[in-house]
Design a protein around this ligand. Structure first.
Ligand code: PMP
Length: 361
């Protein structure tokens, strides 16, 4: 008695679509989904557990629907004069982005991003029945203010998603591109800073642009720098009116009390959690240098991963690495593969295995 998707009364606009599908395989060295491969330090884990234990005592009650304490903690962490009224959070920044799609997208509306970019954007747009328009990038996936603004003015989208730095390419997004796109648009402009903590520390975050720009929002996640992917916590900073719009579409009590307690615990230890970031950046840069030495062409990256070109047969190299216990990502860009920076040992294992494949080719 098995039915297929075609037999079900699925929405017409979802027919033929493919779900998000990074392969899930159990391998010793998993460097395919840009996770932080460092475990949460024991003393932080213990403190988080204490917070969860307290939350459990009241688990018969619904959680704080407005998650006021957590919003305050996010505002404190971000700085820039932000307050709890500027903050939003959800189960991963994917859900934050989904709330934006639900509030500002929907049937007949357009979502715009510069491809190649995060593969969930078109799926999130489609989930609300909105159309997706992919703009173009220039040389090495970079963008100039003029080229970006011109395309945005032409497409006239309701939502613009700017991934800064960009996934899957790692490319930095100059702050004047964000300013130019904002000026050229009438829709909401969302800067996805999922990987911001891995960018050079002297660079300006889009958070510095929020003042006086009510259509601008900056999303972040605890999944990467905070090594908290399994907890599912993403957050966003914007004008309070923007936050009110998101409140219209969220499910009541969408952030469980256990999630709120866990996130608060991790934020209490932000310094310890972020100490791993410098280590990962060092591994990323070592990986870039070694990839070049091996004859590959790594793209500039401000993230915790590197896209590298010069791969003759990405599918074959992906498989050869997989057979050696190393999982990387073939993101479908010709001649490239993407790999996350791991711990020093994991990064060395990846580089050694890649070198060994190379010498056999
Ligand atoms: N934005 C970007 C650019 C990402 O790469 C990811 C995760 N890979 C996300 C958002 C979503 O992350 P999460 O839902 O874990 O916060």
């Amino acid at each position: 008695m098995s039915a297929s998707l075609e037999d079900l009364p699925l929405r017409d606009d979802l027919r033929g679509k493919i779900p998000y599908g990074a392969p899930q395989a159990s391998v010793p060295i998993a460097l395919n989904v840009n996770e932080n491969t460092h475990p949460v330090p024991q003393e932080v884990a213990d403190d988080i557990l204490d917070g969860i234990a307290v939350a459990l005592r009241e688990i018969n009650r619904y959680p704080d629907r407005e998650f006021d304490t957590l919003r305050e903690a996010f505002a404190d962490y971000l700085g820039h004069g932000l307050t709890a009224q500027n903050m939003w959070a959800a189960n991963g920044s994917n859900e934050v982005l989904q709330h934006i799609m639900q509030a500002f997208g929907g049937p007949g509306r357009t979502v715009f991003g510069f491809g190649p970019t995060y593969s969930m954007y078109p799926l999130l747009a489609a989930g609300t029945g909105a159309g997706w328009v992919a703009g173009e990038r220039g040389h090495d996936f970079t963008l100039t203010p003029e080229f970006a603004a011109e395309q945005v003015a032409e497409a006239d989208p309701d939502i613009i998603l700017l991934c800064s730095p960009n996934n899957p390419t790692g490319t930095p997004l100059p702050i004047d591109v964000i300013e130019a796109v904002y000026e050229a648009s009438r829709g909401v402009v969302v800067v996805d800073e999922a990987y911001w903590e891995f960018a050079p520390h002297d660079q300006r975050s889009a958070l510095t642009l929020l003042h006086d720009r009510p259509r601008l929002a900056v999303s972040r996640t605890m999944s990467k720098a905070f090594a908290f992917a399994g907890a599912r916590v993403g957050y966003l900073a914007a004008n309070p009116a923007f936050i009110d719009a998101l409140r219209l579409v969220r499910l009541p009590y969408h952030l469980s009390s256990l999630t709120q307690a866990a996130a608060l615990g991790a934020l209490r230890h932000a310094d310890t959690m972020l100490a791993m970031v410098d280590d990962i950046v060092a591994q990323r840069d070592r990986m870039g240098a070694t990839l070049s030495a091996l004859g590959y062409e790594p793209y500039e990256s401000w993230t915790n991963f590197i896209l590298f070109g010069g791969v003759n047969d990405p599918a074959a190299t992906w498989r050869a690495l997989f057979e050696r216990g190393v999982l990387v990502r073939d993101v479908g860009l010709p001649g490239t593969l993407r790999v996350s920076a791991g711990t020093e040992d994991e990064t060395t294992a990846f580089l050694d295995q890649l070198a060994s494949i190379d010498s056999q080719a």
